[in-house]
Design a protein around this ligand. Structure first.
Ligand code: SF4
Ligand code: SF4
Length: 92
């Protein structure tokens, strides 16, 4: 189990021009702008769980990104408290 970033669409202010997470994510094409809904979207297959996007989003007081655990089956576990430990972030 490891963590991946997930954007809460209602909190994302990409429509106002924010691109912080997209600019800071170290993985290529990992956070994309969903131009239809004008929100940031994480490609969970590529996300390494480094939390940099969450740090910059929180620092800008948007709090639109949370880290959620992904199970071995590649499905997100949406229950609170199921996030993997920090040391497991790069397990994959
Ligand atoms: S940093 Fe946060 S508010 Fe800004 S585009 Fe990314 S998810 Fe949206
Ligand atoms: S957790 Fe890291 S790798 Fe994943 S989307 Fe955020 S910045 Fe990119």
């Amino acid at each position: 189990m490891y963590n991946v970033a997930v954007v809460t669409d209602e909190k994302c202010v990409a429509k106002k021009g924010c691109r912080l997470c997209i600019m800071y994510c170290p993985e290529a094409d990992c956070i994309l702008l969903d131009t239809k809904n004008m929100v940031a979207k994480v490609v969970t297959d590529i996300c390494k769980g480094c939390e940099l996007c969450k740090v910059v989003c929180d620092a800008a007081k948007h709090q639109a990104i949370e880290m959620l655990a992904m199970g071995a089956d590649g499905k997100l576990l949406h229950k609170k408290g199921e996030a993997a430990g920090l040391g497991q972030a790069y397990a994959g």
